[in-house]
Design a protein around this ligand. Structure first.
Ligand code: GRF
Length: 202
């Protein structure tokens, strides 16, 4: 399976995916990495790898649709079969989602449907939740609302800061996202309405 990764920031989840591929735990090819942020650390990481990467800057397009069309075109040129959002800080419109129907995944740092949107770790801490975690889900038009593929819980500790909780969650993310991608690539995910069924390995 050829994946295309969209990322806006640090790129630690992309790193975990690359590491899983190199360790032989994940059988995918990264066709392209696209960032919407020219300053993103994720692009700096990519100089170490022989993987096509580029920036598509929203500010260079007059409309959201033109911006998304440019991303879609790049993904198609690279024969991308699954779009992997890894810290991509933009909501994709129906226009883009229609082009990759059922073929877009995201990871979110909470146990959805709790704490969608930005600053999920801070939301969990401020709410006083005793557990939080991360969720890999298919992407629909909503904000972190698509069908859930995998979730992993982590405790919220009494002396937690946002940073400490975020570190604990992102560590779980680095294990969860490659696992979800492997399930997809092995053809083991079936979506029925909101539910995603995972079939056993043959
Ligand atoms: C992660 O916490 C992810 O859940 C959220 O954005 C963050 C990305 O981190 N969507 P990184 O860029 O992969 O390090």
């Amino acid at each position: 399976t050829v994946i295309g990764v969209l990322a806006s920031g640090r790129g630690s989840n992309l790193q975990a995916i690359i590491d899983a591929i190199q360790a032989g735990r994940l059988d995918v090819k990264i066709g392209v990495v696209i960032s919407d942020n020219p300053e993103a650390n994720v692009l700096k990481r990519m100089v170490n790898y022989d993987i096509p990467s580029l920036c598509i800057d929203r500010r260079q397009f007059s409309s959201r649709q033109d911006f998304e069309a440019a991303i879609a075109e790049e993904l198609n040129i690279r024969h991308v079969e699954l779009v992997v959002l890894a810290g991509f800080m933009r909501i994709l419109s129906r226009y883009f989602i229609d082009r990759f129907e059922g073929k877009i995944m995201n990871i979110h740092p909470s146990l959805l449907p709790s704490f969608p949107g930005e600053n999920a770790q801070q939301q969990a801490l401020e709410y006083g939740a005793k557990v939080s975690g991360c969720t890999v889900h298919f992407v629909d038009e909503g904000m972190d609302t698509g069908p859930i593929i995998l979730q992993e819980a982590v405790p919220v500790l009494e002396d937690d800061t946002v940073e400490a909780l975020a570190d604990r969650i992102v560590h779980a993310e680095h294990i969860l996202y490659p696992r979800a991608l492997a399930l997809y690539c092995e053809g083991r995910l079936t979506v029925a309405g909101r539910r995603v069924y995972i079939t056993d390995k043959e």
